[in-house]
Design a protein around this ligand. Sequence first.
Ligand SMILES: Nc1ncnc2c1ncn2[C@@H]1O[C@H](COP(=O)(O)OP(=O)(O)OP(=O)(O)O)[C@@H](O)[C@H]1O
Ligand SMILES: [Mg+2]
Length: 255
Amino acid sequence: MIEVNDIHKSFDNSHILKGVTTSFQKGKTNLIIGQSGSGKTVFLKCLLGLFTPEEGTISYDGKIYTDLTDEQKRDLRQEMGMVFQGSALFDSMTVEGNVKFPLEMFTKQSKSEMQDRADFVLKRVNLVDAHHKYPSEISGGMQKRVAIARAIVMNPKYLFCDEPNSGLDPKTAIVIDNLIKEITEEYNITTVINTHDMNSVMEIGEKILFLKDGLKAWEGSNKEIFKTDNETVTDFVYSSDLFKKVRQMYIEERN
Ligand SMILES: Nc1ncnc2c1ncn2[C@@H]1O[C@H](COP(=O)(O)OP(=O)(O)OP(=O)(O)O)[C@@H](O)[C@H]1O
Ligand SMILES: [Mg+2]
């Protein structure tokens, strides 16, 4: 479980996160939504320890980040997996090389242990014939699978994904979303995902945090978000015609 308590983050004179408090449960897919520029990536980078909030605390299963020694911080970071916006694979490495990279960097495993672990995670994301291909030789959806395999290869307690399905067609996007949800449940990971995609919200939004102007504007589940009368939320969620129609159906059902 991750507990975020009143965090503030500024750059020069711009105050980006203005006191956000929330928590993310283990084994659940937690989503962050909000307009472009609302601070989702900055928030995720705070969770990753890449940015240090000027105020407030973040605790990971009870361990407050700023209270840890450098060594403890390093250990904690090794318990975090990350899928970056746009996959961020190493182009010059094969699929297998990309997946083994964290093991080579951070563990003392033998070659055969690394091979077994890479085989295992690649199989888990349903990639069995791509070990020796390069990122440029596989589809966008396959690249995301490789990025997920790499993010879970160290068996993380925490998984952070920044727009994991950007650039994918809607069907592939849902496959990737569901894969992340399954893995989260299977390995009891605390997963936090930034997304723009209302399909993701519907499919896997067990907990949703809506950021607006650096503040938490709303939080709740996917079941609740389509029923709320909070105008800030409805303005955002029903910005597309499709969802306006879904909303209308809800209202008619209710009356
Ligand atoms: N390293 C940085 N230095 C200065 N300003 C930054 C930095 N990183 C982000 N910002 C600013 O913080 C604000 C929030 O950016 P952020 O990338 O978190 O938005 P976002 O919600 O992830 O948007 P998107 O949906 O487009 O990815 C923006 O105004 C951005 O310019
Ligand atoms: Mg972003």
